[in-house]
Design a protein around this ligand. Structure first.
Ligand code: CA
Length: 642
């Protein structure tokens, strides 16, 4: 084993959290490297890892520490679409100063709160050079021996359906040994979860906009850890540079590290939002909420006028403000009749979201409309038209990766859409990186192996529960996740188990209980939820489930971890005004025990309603809960506490 050099080194600076439990230790090696490590409650969470970056004109990987300034800050802001509505806590900002052997200056800024560390490189304009092209970062993350990993591999670029990857849709591998090679040899996508002997660490990044690329982690190197890597050259069909560039003075995005002895700080962290600012103010008041969506169960064939009317009527019956019309509407409904459809929808109290491909010169997508969102002139005209016909949002699909060029496209779409009062959901895309606070009209990203896969393969249905228990601790802990879930069909097709004309039963078979599915409406979070409910569920699903789906909020005032481990179970509580909603799901044979009274008293509530499974049926129970609710594999429960 390679001994970290730093064992012999004295710290040049120790940067502490407001409560003093978390600290970042900076060390200087004799060969001018700067290492950092993270301790929490006296235990090592990150072992010495490297800092620095290499610019095309200046190497900032060799550094000498010259000093630090610090300032206590009060984090206090409102957030209207994820995790919590008011965020208030203390933090400390540190500016650590360094110089290169040539005398060039570099600052590393640190934002440290009680369970979070964020840092970024800030480069002054200390010569005539007015910009930097960052060739690579030395930033790395290393962990103590015995750490296991919960990681999602980065895909090859330009593979998969219509050459649309990478799009953050690979399988997480849970509890893998530290250093295990990634599935495709391209490392791992953010967020990355680690279980160290002392607790949990979530590593990610935030504040990525048009001025940088999205990053990932390379495969593990002994003695170095997981080094931060830029996008692959093949992404975006080879267009655009891998290396980001920005004007000086300027800063990189923030890299974030959340630590805890248990998973509560991971589930509850707001670090992705704490260190960013809104990039523009909107003159529109965006209203978040629930939506129906025909494509998920009825697929491409449903993109016609009559089926969309059925789904608009369904939204209206459910009291949902939105209906999402997916691909091919321009061909199968037409631009004139979509105006008529929008008018019809509004007469029923429903507004439309319309689907677009992002393409582009980076995939083979024929799903239409194409070539509008990638074209600045066409995009602005289209958005003005959308606004004029009362459409409230767009879902833009199939982006080309994480290069700076693509980040610029995301930002341009958001900014132009806001000019026309349109909300934006991204699909086939990258993860959000602080965008919930940065862009007032951003309302979600897929960037997860989402509900569509349950339609495509039985295997996905078989492992639905396992996947679902991972997301609250990793993907959805970082930001909005547009999963498109809560399926109440037993069979995932239009006939829902009725024989087709050829006598066969179609569709994949759902393995989870109804209680499980409605619990995911609490556990998975996105401010606009395109649920996978179908109109037939008004007749064939339990009334208690449909009633819950009418009421469940999509935005929350507070979020709490109650119990669970990724790939095994998840129990998450979210507060809306004075009501707590608790979602519980279980993926393993071992029964999950939900003590209603204990959870209610933990949250300071006295009245409880539970939706759970008894003898294979969803029931609604209220009053005294004398014994805990038992949740078996593929089952779930919902508590509503007042
Ligand atoms: Ca997708």
């Amino acid at each position: 084993m390679i001994q970290p050099l730093s064992i012999l080194l004295a710290a040049v600076a120790v940067l502490g959290s407001p409560d003093g439990k978390l600290s970042v230790r900076l060390e200087q090696t004799p060969d001018s490297k700067i290492l950092y490590s993270v301790e929490y409650a006296g235990q090592t969470m990150l072992t010495p890892s490297t800092l620095g970056l290499v610019g095309q004109d200046c190497d900032y990987s060799l550094l000498t520490y010259t000093g630090v300034d610090s300032q206590a800050v009060k984090v206090d802001y409102r957030l209207d679409r994820i995790k919590a509505s008011r965020i208030q806590h203390d933090a400390v900002r540190y500016m650590t100063h360094f110089k290169t052997p040539q005398g060039r200056l570099l600052d590393i800024e640190w934002h440290i709160s009680d369970n979070d560390v964020a840092f970024r490189y800030c480069i002054p304009r200390d010569t005539d050079t007015g910009s930097i092209r960052v060739m690579r970062e030395e930033t790395s993350f290393d962990f103590p021996e015995g750490t296991t990993t919960y990681l999602c591999p980065q895909s090859d670029a330009m593979i998969g359906w219509k050459r649309t990857k990478p799009s953050y849709e690979e399988y997480y591998k849970c509890a893998a040994p530290l250093g295990e090679k990634s599935q495709f040899g391209h490392g791992f996508t953010f967020p990355c979860l680690f279980n160290t002997p002392a607790g949990w660490v979530l590593v990610s990044e935030t504040g990525v906009d048009s001025r940088y690329c999205g990053s990932r982690l390379e495969d593990y190197t002994a003695g170095k850890g997981y080094r931060l890597a830029f996008p692959m050259p093949e992404e975006n069909n080879g267009n655009g540079t891998v290396e980001p560039a920005f004007a000086l003075p300027g800063c990189t995005p923030w890299r974030t590290i959340t630590v805890g002895n248990d998973l509560a700080p991971i589930v509850e962290t707001t670090i992705a939002f704490d260190v960013v600012e809104p990039k523009y103010e909107s003159r529109y008041d965006y209203r978040f909420g629930k939506s129906t969506w025909s494509w998920i169960i009825w697929q491409d064939a449903s993109c016609n006028y009559d089926d969309q009317v059925t789904y608009i009527d369904f939204a209206s019956e459910m009291g949902y403000p939105y209906c999402l019309v997916d691909a091919f509407w321009d061909q199968n409904i037409g631009r004139d009749r979509i105006e008529e459809l929008s008018r019809y929808a509004r007469s029923k109290g429903v507004s439309l979201f319309l689907w677009y491909s992002s393409s582009g010169w980076w995939n083979d997508i024929s799903q239409s409309p194409v070539n509008i969102m990638s074209d600045h002139i066409a995009r602005k005209q289209e958005m003005r038209w959308l606004q004029s016909i009362g459409v409230k949002g767009i879902k833009v699909d199939f982006f080309g990766g994480d290069k700076q060029e693509t980040m610029r496209l995301y930002e341009s779409i958001l900014s132009d859409a806001d000019d026309c009062g349109l909300m934006v959901i991204f699909h086939g895309c990258t993860i959000p990186r602080g965008w919930e606070r940065m862009y007032p009209n951003y309302v979600g990203s897929e960037a997860v192996r989402a509900s569509e896969n349950l339609i495509f393969s039985q295997y996905e249905c078989d492992i639905e529960a396992v996947n679902a228990t991972i997301h609250p601790f990793v993907r959805n802990a970082l930001g909005c996740m547009e999963f498109g879930g809560t399926i109440l069909n037993k069979r995932l097709d239009r006939a829902n188990g009725k024989p087709r004309p050829n006598g066969r039963i179609g569709g994949t078979e759902r393995k989870t209980s109804d209680a499980f599915e409605i619990a995911t409406a609490v556990i998975f979070q996105n401010p606009i939820q395109n649920f996978a409910l179908a109109p037939n569920n008004l007749e064939d699903a339990p009334e208690a489930a449909m009633d819950f789906m009418r009421r469940v909020p999509t935005t929350w005032d507070e979020t709490r971890y109650i119990a669970g481990t990724p790939s095994r179970s998840a129990v998450i509580a979210r507060r809306s005004n004075d009501t707590w909603y608790v979602g519980a799901i279980n993926a393993v044979e071992e029964e999950l025990s939900i003590d209603v009274n204990e959870i209610a008293s933990m949250l300071g509530m006295s009245e409880a309603v539970a939706l759970h499974t008894v003898d294979g049926k969803l029931i609604r129970e209220e009053g005294k809960f004398r014994k805990p609710i038992k949740v078996s594999a593929n089952d779930g429960a919902v508590l509503i506490l007042r």
